[in-house]
Design a protein around this ligand. Sequence first.
Ligand SMILES: Cc1cc2nc3c(=O)[nH]c(=O)nc-3n(C[C@H](O)[C@H](O)[C@H](O)COP(=O)(O)OP(=O)(O)OC[C@H]3O[C@@H](n4cnc5c(N)ncnc54)[C@H](O)[C@@H]3O)c2cc1C
Length: 471
Amino acid sequence: MSTDENDTAEDSSASPRTRSVDVVVVGAGTSGCYAAATIANAGYDVTIVERKPEEEAGHIACGDALKGADAFPEAIPKSKIEPAFTNTEVDHGRFEIPQEDTVLDIPVPGELAVIDRWEYGRLIIEGAEEAGADLHYDTVVQDVKQDDDGTVTGIVAKHDGEVVEYDADIVIDGAGSLSLLQDKVDFSDATFDTNVSYQHFSSAYREVVEVPEPVEWSDALVFKPAEVAAGYVWYFPRTETEINAGLGFQMTEEPMKLVDDLKKDLRERPEFEGAEVIDKLGAALPTRRPYDSATAPGYMAVGDAAAHVNPTTGGGIAGAAYAGKYAGEQAAIALDAGDVSEELLWRYNQRVMDHFGGRYASLDVYNILSTAVDVDDLMGLIASIPGEKLAEALYSGTTSFGPVLLAQTAASSYGHWSQIYEFFKIKRLADELLAHYGRYPSRPSALEGWQVERDRIMDDIYELTGADPKY
Ligand SMILES: Cc1cc2nc3c(=O)[nH]c(=O)nc-3n(C[C@H](O)[C@H](O)[C@H](O)COP(=O)(O)OP(=O)(O)OC[C@H]3O[C@@H](n4cnc5c(N)ncnc54)[C@H](O)[C@@H]3O)c2cc1C
């Protein structure tokens, strides 16, 4: 049970108020809510601390496209979040390539919904509470507590100007991109991945816009390359008349003037004439491979805090939900065993890599490629590849070409043959990388050896693409 040692104390002079819980989860986003619901369902005492006030919680900068909703973890029942699915008719991506005067329709595999993101955010918080998690709003985490042996034992936060400490057997960091907790934990005795730089992130901004007339493409996610290679503009229809319009770029590129560039694009599209902006938000998101390890003794990072995002699409909701589930289940196992060491938490890393981490790491190869090529060349190449093959490449990280398709592609891609040849060599290395992630180690002590071989494959990728090393 949770305790609140100084809650009723008359003497507020010295020691801060201290609460004790089994698990404290930082952040009431997707990863935090799914982790907390999983832990509460297992019968443990869990508190989510969220820096935002209750009215603002769940309001997250997002493109609002939710992929794989049909197979979301059950810790929060699907029926709970379904009311936020405002458009379930989307079945393809519409790839606009002005440089080639081309529009490509690319099927989106699996179930996809465009959602009212804030409503979804509120519903998952409710779902976590219904599972038994406590929510503490207006609580900004500022530091972590750590034993001499490196085990994380809690957090220090500020609520209403007062310092509040939370002692916990396990801390789950769901604080999103550039999580402050990771600046505070001393990871020197852990495998936790600290090879992280701002260039691994994208800066993104979106507006929710109401248009006077229904758009023609309400069954499509519309993508358009930005003027920089590793950037794109998107239009995702929440309904026929409510559009999530946004754009983002990898921070290795010349910064885009996000607000102005979006305004310019909106002005150029007749369907946005007379449109009204009803919400705006911007944020950073990781567009890199997942952290090699997201564990330390007594500590696991989930979702954006561990780069669980598809680095080619920026889709991170599904990864966050699953990371939350896996971390929550591993937390319950560790609590049952009375052992929060990295050896015991390690299985969490394995499940992430096995489910989507390896795939996202191999997709990152195409992200690296995009920073090293001219945007017009890249668009010419994309325009020449059959749509269904692009879809496979975008979502599964690999694709195969039969002889007939190969011949068709060769015919339609005249002028891009040398790039296609380079692309195939890169694809082979991306496949090799994926296979290597399939051999992700089963214990922390084997991580270093595994990383040496992975880095060798990455060196070949940098050499072939001519890109600057990303890690
Ligand atoms: C512009 C944009 C568009 C995107 N579009 C899509 C899309 O269309 N589809 C998709 O699947 N993904 C999209 N993503 C990515 C997706 O939004 C994230 O991957 C996902 O929200 C990650 O969830 P999370 O729980 O890890 O982190 P978050 O949702 O960021 O939640 C983190 C929470 O932690 C809280 N917090 C942070 N620091 C502290 C602190 N110190 N103390 C207390 N609380 C703290 C925050 O207030 C927040 O509530 C987009 C991202 C951006 C920026």
